[in-house]
Design a binder for this molecule. Structure first.
Ligand SMILES: Cc1ncc(COP(=O)(O)O)c(C=O)c1O
Length: 386
């Protein structure tokens, strides 16, 4: 068994899926799903107006129209009470994006989808290990996709995976991959390997902001394999987009699967610790329905009054602070109009973009880091507010 097959077998068994596939990035995985589901020109795809533009690109690439539904303020997931009114005769797909690790309200969402005969897939790029009524996120829809990008729940540098719960869809993805997936170049694989070593050496809570700036600069110079290229801020598919996962990524994936349980435990423990620290300071802590879900957070979202200043100061003080999401279709550089989004379409999401920063939870975050981070961030708001 080669490393890709091993990784796919691991994913299949963790998610109890019928089949699993590995690809270059999460966006490539979504593209594959859209293609085999026959989503195309004029079709409408519903997703939250609080996402990454790289998640919208594949929808555009196949000629479909994204339809954005606002989020609810506590879990930042699609507000399912608004879902029904977004459905039209052209709606072909709902993407249930589990944001920050919170699971969407799957009972409601699946019920509405079933009522209108609309297919559901799950975006698990920010959510690995969370459960809803005891069932793993990623096992509700016909297929799910995951990301192995460096700041996701577990990383292979970059990476994309599909798990699939339907035999026909699985067969079609297999065929699509055999016929159309291209191999990454030798140079790309070499650069990615070097990056993985650099990540291991450099990405610590105190150095992340610095490393991130360096990484962005090197990406612009074409020295590293970036998470996104400039041409991906246009809704037009770049050449060589539909790329396979390299063996370097697959080997790293197999390794990461071995420590997945510990990773999940760490994230849960640290999230509770943040709850405790923030709660002690009278701050708003996570709000979710614990009778329904047990989330595994990728990052811990908090609201601040001056996001821009908090981010600038965090970088100066060696505090790791995430900016997800800077606008409805992250990052801030996205030309929203090209993606059919207008400010005000999803007001709760727009407000979250202005206020939310996120605290790190990856495996190198210690209690000491959490204390430092909370001491820092609570200066940016005098009192808790929702
Ligand atoms: C919610 C969400 N979905 C999908 C993606 C795409 O993942 P990838 O970067 O692996 O293509 C991202 C981020 O980049 C994301 O934040």
């Amino acid at each position: 068994m080669n490393s890709s097959q091993k990784y796919q077998t691991n994913l299949k068994s963790i998610f109890g899926a019928f089949d699993a596939f590995t690809m270059w990035k999460g966006r490539v995985a979504l593209y594959a799903i859209l293609r085999v589901l026959g989503i195309g020109k004029g079709d409408e795809v519903i997703l939250p107006g609080y996402t990454c533009v790289m998640d919208v690109n594949p929808v555009k690439y196949v000629g479909a129209n994204p339809v954005y539904v606002d989020i609810e303020p506590d879990t930042f997931n699609m507000d399912v009470s608004l879902l029904e009114q977004a459905i039209t005769p052209n709606t072909k797909l709902i993407i249930a994006q589990h944001t920050y690790g919170y699971v969407c309200d799957m009972d409601e969402l699946m019920g509405i989808a079933e009522k209108y005969g609309v297919t559901v897939i799950e975006d698990c790029c920010l959510c690995v290990g969370s459960t809803y009524k005891g069932k793993l996120a990623g096992t509700f829809g016909i297929a799910s996709y995951f990301s192995g990008q460096w700041n996701k729940p577990f990383t292979t540098g970059i990476g994309g995976m599909v798990t699939c719960n339907d035999e026909n869809v699985a067969q079609d993805i297999q065929e699509l991959c055999e016929n159309e997936l291209i191999k990454p170049s030798f140079k790309e694989v070499l650069m990615l390997q070097a990056q993985l070593w650099v990540y291991k050496a450099l990405i610590y809570p105190r150095t992340t902001a610095l490393a991130q700036n360096l990484f962005r600069w090197l990406t612009k110079k074409g020295i590293v394999v970036g998470s996104s290229s400039n041409e991906e801020f246009e809704p037009k598919m770049p050449e060589n987009f539909f790329k396979a996962m390299s063996s370097v990524q697959a080997k790293e994936g197999v390794k990461k699967m071995k420590s997945l349980e510990a990773n999940i435990e760490h994230r849960k423990k640290m999230s509770s610790f943040y709850d405790e620290l923030l709660g002690n300071k009278g701050w708003g802590i996570r709000q979710f329905d614990s009778s329904k879900q047990d989330p595994v957070m990728v990052r811990y979202p908090v609201r601040v009054k001056d996001k821009q200043k908090a981010i600038e100061d965090a970088a100066k003080h060696g505090i790791e602070l995430g900016t997800w999401f800077e606008c409805a279709l992250h990052p801030i550089e996205t030309p929203l109009e090209k993606y059919d989004y207008e400010i005000g379409m999803c007001p709760v999401a727009d407000k979250a973009c202005e206020q939310v920063v996120n605290l790190p939870l990856h495996t190198r975050v210690s209690k000491k880091t959490a204390r430092r981070t909370v001491d820092f961030i609570t200066k940016y708001c005098e009192e808790a507010f929702a």
